[in-house]
Design a protein around this ligand. Structure first.
Ligand code: SOE
Length: 389
């Protein structure tokens, strides 16, 4: 059954939101919906209508804590409600396709957390559904929230303006250590049937999206390696096999002639949430570290070394609506900015970015990395095109 979008202006004017999932991402997205109207000039408020989860008592407590009007345990029933205009998918990856496709077909606008899906087949079906829904004015976005870091949006402006010249080399890493202790127990993120992959889908998805976002180029071929350092971990009923990668490495070429080195891991003792990006062009360079997300190191305009910029000026991307210069933003602000951009696109009747097609493009690079790794690191080409979907 496919429906046209429920029209929020037919009611109070504020779109009604449902978030499916109430763990880490459900909490981060709830925080964003609760604050978006205060932190983006002109952003419509939303009706924080319903938080959905399997455990009735736990999701009711979370709904109360996160500011939701109600909680529910049946996401299918939520899709039938005409007071819900937006469905925000914050569940583990194996459920992304089922929930997002059903929501789009029910006429709900959708945000899906990254990575778009656990498999290429799921991602392609999500894109096909999103393209059909778009024809009915129903829009979707994949939640690569780091596009909404002011310093990274500023980096993209510098590159697009040609201030680095020809981008030659990119070094992107995403280093965490929450699995470095081999006594850390099993979690859904370590089971392929639930997570799709390990650090690859969880962290390399962000890294690859940043390469596409910052350079405006596509990754065309990869040479890669993946590794699982701790193959078994304590589960609820005894030791279990870890069926995903702990870390991944890739050398990648882009269709714009750049060469990228990518490294992601959840085993890098002492590194907490270190998305690091270095971009070297013929006339300039940029450097960023998510653990200092308000700063951007720039070497531009003939300089021969980096200087540190605090990207919190009124003219910097996303700062309007937040705080005066120097009153730095936190990691959570990326989700608030993401929600604001999503609402602004809906209000303008435009497709939000990054689209499900962007999510599929990332998925294709991850798939090529897995193919190359399975071949001992030999080169794997990255698929392209969506017309056939
Ligand atoms: C865990 O690795 C995680 O929560 C990722 O899933 C998020 O996408 C990242 O932003 C922070 O770390």
């Amino acid at each position: 059954m496919t429906s046209s979008p429920s029209d929020p202006s037919a009611r109070s004017g504020s779109p009604g939101v449902a978030v499916i999932g109430y763990a880490f991402m459900g909490k981060a997205h709830s925080h964003a919906w609760r604050n978006v109207a205060a932190l983006r000039p002109g952003a419509p408020g939303v009706r924080q209508q319903v938080l959905v989860g399997r455990d009735a008592d736990a999701v009711a407590a979370a709904a109360d804590q996160y500011g939701w009007a109600e909680s529910a345990t049946d996401w299918h029933a939520v899709l039938e409600r005409d007071d819900i205009d937006i469905v925000d998918v914050c569940v583990p990856g194996h459920l992304h396709a089922e929930v997002a496709i059903a929501a789009l077909e029910a006429g709900k606008h959708v945000i899906a957390e990254k990575p778009l899906a656990n498999t290429m087949a799921e991602a392609e079906k999500m894109v096909a559904t999103a393209r059909a829904a778009r024809e009915r004015g129903v829009h979707s976005m994949v939640g690569f929230n780091y596009r909404r870091v002011p310093a990274l949006a500023l980096a993209r402006q510098h590159i697009a303006a040609g201030r680095l010249g020809q981008v030659r080399q990119v070094r992107v890493s995403y280093l965490q250590d929450w699995l470095a202790d081999e006594a850390a127990p099993m979690t859904w993120r370590l089971r392929r049937e639930l997570a799709g992959s390990g650090a690859l889908g969880d962290l390399a998805s962000h890294a690859v999206d940043q390469v596409r976002f910052l350079l405006g180029q596509e990754v065309s071929e990869v040479n890669a390696l993946t590794h699982t350092f701790v193959p078994r971990r304590a589960g609820a009923d005894g030791p279990e096999d870890v069926t995903v990668d702990d870390a991944a490495w890739s050398m990648m070429r882009t269709d714009g002639g750049a060469v990228v080195s990518l490294e992601v891991t959840r085993m890098a003792t002492a590194r907490k949430n270190a998305l690091g990006i270095e971009i070297y062009g013929s006339t300039g360079a940029l450097r960023f570290d998510l653990e200092s997300l308000n700063h951007l190191d720039v070497c531009l305009d003939g300089a021969d070394s980096f200087s540190r910029v605090l990207a919190t000026e009124p003219h910097d991307p996303y700062i309007d609506g937040w705080w005066p210069p120097g009153h730095v933003l936190g990691w959570d602000a990326t989700f608030t900015n993401q929600a604001a951009d999503f609402l602004a696109a809906l209000a303008a009747g435009q497709e939000p970015t990054p689209s499900f097609e962007d999510g599929l493009a990332v998925q294709r690079v991850l798939a090529a990395i897995e193919v190359s790794a399975a071949r001992g690191g030999s080169c794997a080409r990255v698929e392209s095109g969506v017309e056939h979907l």
